[in-house]
Design a protein around this ligand. Structure first.
Ligand SMILES: *Cc1c(COP(=O)(O)O)cnc(C)c1O
Length: 406
């Protein structure tokens, strides 16, 4: 055969390149680290006789491995992953139909808000917003057609903490068929388990702490109900916003250090928050782990600590914020959070520009509110960095008072 080149071969060159050594049946190697299965299709023994895998969009071994681990971490029966956190939101809200109503917290993540306002709304599903720290307001805001309550706790960038069990009770009192969804991105199951507090679905942007290495965009929904599994699994397959096997491998690997990372994020963020509390240019530190936080007791009751993300207000304005952020050397000026590297940002001009200006002022998302994501570096270096940035941005201000302990 001409394509065999100079050697005589048992089959054509192209056929050999495609099939030699590739028998699907050989992959049971007892590899300790789960392999990345990139195959989009799976061999059937006879028509419609298979091992549970048919086509990569509906099921993939690397994805299943991650989903099984995710479900277990929340003490749940089921977990499904999606191509991003917002894809998880789009799939979860696709459970609703025309005429249904979503009641949402008033400062949920802007990308989630955008799905409600710009996409879900076009399907005849209205979303209204209320302050979930006031349970009476939640009770009043539930309508006869409310089918979903969307909770985020703690919120971003204001770190409001919502009493999840109280919201669930309020919903149940009204009707049994209201799905309570909790965005648990900020705390992860290591620090907070919303299903144990009565919620129906936990949603994650795995992009943040769960992956924790700032190199994967992915989302998840975690839950216990079998009917919900049937519906959401169908939507996952039908909409097709599924993560890649390689990304599933990365997140699955990252979960192995989640406990270690969250311990360090929790401890370091408290050290930095306490230092900031005593800085003369800081007017307020918004951190649920500080006893001064308005919902400190609720946070203590429903979670086992706070992660690395929090905000603070200083006594300057936009200019001081700009100088401060540009002067940072270890903190990187960037959006996102939850990675091993520390980040800083200015929500009023970066992550929260989609919130109308009047609302930003009303909520307190001003030009002097800076959000930090405390990474895994040494806290001494982080504090030195912040101190240097204060010195660079408040040069003519009063001499800092002597700090008295922390
Ligand atoms: C980032 C984030 C999302 C969106 O997730 P993506 O992975 O970016 O699509 C949703 N909720 C919260 C709280 C987030 O921080």
């Amino acid at each position: 055969m001409e394509t065999d080149g100079i050697l005589k071969m048992s089959a054509g060159f192209a056929t050999i390149a495609i099939h030699a050594g590739q028998d699907p049946a050989k992959w049971s190697s007892n590899a300790v680290i789960p392999p990345i299965v990139t195959s989009t299709t799976f061999k059937q023994r006879a028509p419609a006789e298979h091992n549970g895998f048919l086509y990569g969009r509906s099921g993939n071994p690397s994805r299943y491995t991650l989903e099984e681990c995710l479900a277990a971490l929340d003490g749940a029966k089921f977990a499904l992953t999606f191509a991003s956190g917002t894809a998880a939101v789009a799939n979860i809200t696709s459970l609703l139909s025309y005429g249904d109503h979503i009641l949402s917290g008033d400062d949920v993540y802007c990308g989630v808000n955008r799905v409600f306002r710009e996409i879900v709304s076009t399907h005849g599903i209205e979303t209204t917003y209320t302050d979930f720290t006031d349970i009476e307001e939640v009770e009043k805001a539930i309508r006869d057609n409310t089918k979903m309550i969307w909770v985020e706790s703690p919120t971003n960038p204001l770190l409001k903490v919502v009493d999840i069990a109280a919201v669930v009770q309020t919903a149940r009192k009204r009707r049994a068929d209201i799905l309570v969804v909790v965005d648990n991105t900020f705390l992860t199951p290591y620090l907070q388990r919303p299903l144990a507090l009565g919620a129906d679905v936990v949603m994650y942007s795995l992009t943040k702490y769960m992956n924790g290495h700032s190199d994967v965009i992915m989302g998840a929904a975690v839950f216990n109900d079998k009917m919900l599994d049937k519906k959401l699994r169908f939507l996952q397959k039908a909409i097709g916003a599924v993560p890649s096997p390689f990304d599933c491998y990365l997140v699955n690997r990252s979960l192995k250090t989640l406990a270690l990372r969250m311990e360090r994020h929790r401890a370091s963020s408290l050290v930095v928050a306490r230092w900031l509390q005593h800085h003369p240019m800081v007017t307020e530190v918004l951190h649920p782990g500080l006893p001064l936080h308005p919902q400190y007791e609720i946070a203590k009751k429903q979670s086992s600590g706070h992660s690395g993300v929090f905000s603070f207000k200083h006594c300057g304005g936009l200019n001081e914020s700009r100088t401060f952020l540009s002067a940072l050397k270890i903190f990187t000026l960037a959006e996102s959070l939850g990675g091993y590297e520390s980040l800083a940002e200015l929500p009023s001009v970066m992550t929260h520009t989609s919130v109308p200006e009047e609302l930003r002022d009303e909520f307190g998302i001003t030009h002097s509110l800076i959000r930090l994501s405390i990474g895994l570096e040494d806290t001494d270096d982080l504090i030195k960095d912040l101190n240097g940035a204060f010195n660079a941005s408040f040069v003519t201000a009063t001499v800092p008072k002597v700090r008295q302990g922390s």
